[in-house]
Design a protein around this ligand. Structure first.
Ligand code: FES
Ligand code: FES
Length: 532
């Protein structure tokens, strides 16, 4: 049904985040008013039944959700949002008094990489409150006036790439490359034998590729690097971590034209900075003399996309020591990683070590800097005898942004941040919560199993250990205003990387400083009975 809705009928709100895995929820539509994942629903099964996409949802149902998602910062890139809105609107139609437990349960069929779930729960509460007060109009009376240009500027600062904020983003119209592809374009998908399979339609191209979809594995995570010999005060080994952005890499190009940017709405925190699709589509368009779309499936992203490089660190109390970082065939230059790490820990030796594995990248969120910052902050906490829960960790970014993170014994995460002029507090807070979510996953649950020969074995989205809505703890964010010269706020600076590092350090301290991440592989970002 996904193929029919997107490819034949042009419903671009219905997104393909993982088909045919049925694990992300981005393709969720209504079938006779019930939410269904289109990618695992055969089209013939819905013959004679009513299928509704976000485009076709009655405005009285859809608009309050769009407003609530915009007002609470529940949509960043927006790729997951249409599916989530369809799911929650279906829940609301059965149960108008939405409560948090039901919303969390409904979200177990979805994944979001950007927002950290809490803002989505808040959007649901806004809709529920408005409905119980005055019907859908209740949202309007409580809305704050926002400058969406300023909101876009804050999002661009935090995301590292131009970004749209507003109702169009919640509608799934953030500007994804594949949504705007020329109607008559040829379609190209990676050929498992190398190169691309090109055909008139996506179905035909996939048929030519004849790929057997991979599954996840029960193979244990490997930490490919050993800590250098030494009598260290602190050691840490990490594994390959998948960026796991929800929009698979895509681009399109006309002959002689410029490829559409695969960075879409935000660039996936650096995850797509080295995407090969743009160059591939340019040469395919030239070779075929026609516009071409290149599309990765989830499995292609997982096999071919760069991972966060594993490390093995051994540090003395004074901050000297050795950090080994894994370099794999096809990786981008890691000198930026090394420089960033040494900017925080100048007495550390960084060794790039060749290992088998998927490509790794120095472009991912805070790469090198975040690892070194976590190690430095943890050493500092150790020196002060502060470990376990309830100890605040302070991180200051090179640009002067500050984040103080504390994980309580109740697992509630409190973050105080200073980011200069906020520009838009909704977006600023949303990015902070999103950074908390990514940091928790990185420390506690995320990793990709890789064979001894370097082959990626975990190929499904659910296998990466992303923290789910049900497993996500409460987050409190306080935004500090910094007055400059007593009159105006300091210039805006990016703070989410500082939040990411501060929460990672706090989570490691709270988790007992075990020497290997993820601390709780069995957690896999899920709680029992949570989703698929
Ligand atoms: S694309 Fe259907 S669930 Fe992911
Ligand atoms: S907003 Fe959910 S994946 Fe980006």
């Amino acid at each position: 049904m996904l193929e029919v809705l997107r490819e034949r009928l042009g419903h671009r709100s219905v997104k393909d985040g993982c088909s045919p895995q049925g694990q992300c929820g981005c393709c969720t539509v209504w079938v006779d008013g019930a939410a269904r994942a289109a990618c695992v629903t055969p089209a013939r099964r819905v013959a004679g039944r009513q299928v509704t996409t976000l485009e076709g949802l009655a405005p009285a149902v859809r608009d309050p959700w769009i407003r609530a998602f915009t007002d609470s910062g529940a949509s960043q890139c927006g790729f997951c949002t249409p599916g989530i809105i369809m799911r929650l609107a279906a829940l609301q139609s059965r149960q108008p008094a939405l409560d948090e437990a039901s919303v969390k349960r409904a979200l177990s069929a979805h994944l979001c990489r950007c927002t950290g779930w809490r803002t989505i729960l808040e959007a649901a509460r806004l809709v529920a409150d408005a409905g119980s007060r005055t019907g859908a109009a209740g949202l309007d009376s409580s809305r704050k006036v926002r400058d969406l240009n300023a909101a876009c500027a804050r999002a661009a600062l935090e995301g590292g790439r131009a970004q749209k904020v507003g109702p169009a983003t919640a509608l799934g119209e953030g500007g994804f490359a594949d949504d705007a592809a020329s109607a008559g374009a040829l379609v190209a998908v990676p050929d498992p034998r190398g190169g691309f399979c090109v055909a008139e339609s996506l179905a035909e191209a996939k048929g030519k590729a004849d790929k057997v979809q991979g599954r996840n594995t029960t193979v244990a995570l490997r930490h490919p690097l050993e800590v250098a010999p030494g009598n260290w005060a602190l050691t840490l080994r990490t594994t390959f971590v998948e960026p796991a952005y929800l929009e698979p890499d895509a681009s399109w190009c006309a002959p002689g034209g410029e490829p559409a940017s695969p960075l879409a709405n935000g660039g996936a925190f650096g995850g797509k900075a080295s995407s090969p699709v743009a160059e591939a589509v340019r040469s395919l368009a030239e070779a075929h003399g026609r516009p071409v779309r290149v599309l990765f499936a989830r499995e292609d992203v997982t096999r071919l996309g760069p991972k966060r490089p594993p490390i093995a660190a051994g540090l003395h109390e004074d901050g000297s020591g050795v950090i080994r970082v894994a370099r794999t065939p096809g990786s981008s230059d890691l000198s930026r990683w090394t420089e960033a790490a040494r900017s925080v820990l100048p007495r550390v030796e960084v060794d790039e070590v060749d290992v088998c594995g998927p490509p790794v990248s120095a472009e991912l969120r805070g790469a090198g800097w975040a690892e070194a910052t976590v190690l430095a902050a943890t050493l500092d906490a150790l020196r002060r005898g502060c470990f376990g829960t309830d100890h605040p960790v302070t991180v200051v970014s090179p640009a002067g942004a500050r984040a103080i993170a504390c994980i309580g014994a109740d697992d509630c995460i409190r973050v105080r941040l200073s980011a200069g002029r906020p520009l838009d507090e909704v977006v600023l807070r949303s990015y902070a919560v999103g950074a908390v979510h990514q940091a928790l996953g990185w420390v506690r649950s995320e990793g990709v199993a890789v064979s001894d020969g370097g082959e990626v074995l975990d190929l499904t989205l659910r296998s990466f250990g992303i923290v789910t809505a049900q497993a996500m703890p409460p987050v409190e964010v306080e935004i500090e205003r910094i007055e400059k010269a007593g009159t105006e706020d300091a210039p805006p600076v990016r703070v989410s990387d500082a939040v990411f590092a501060a929460v990672a350090a706090a989570a490691w301290l709270a988790g007992g400083l075990k020497p290997e991440w993820p601390l709780e592989r069995s957690r896999r970002g899920s709680t029992k009975g949570d989703g698929k």
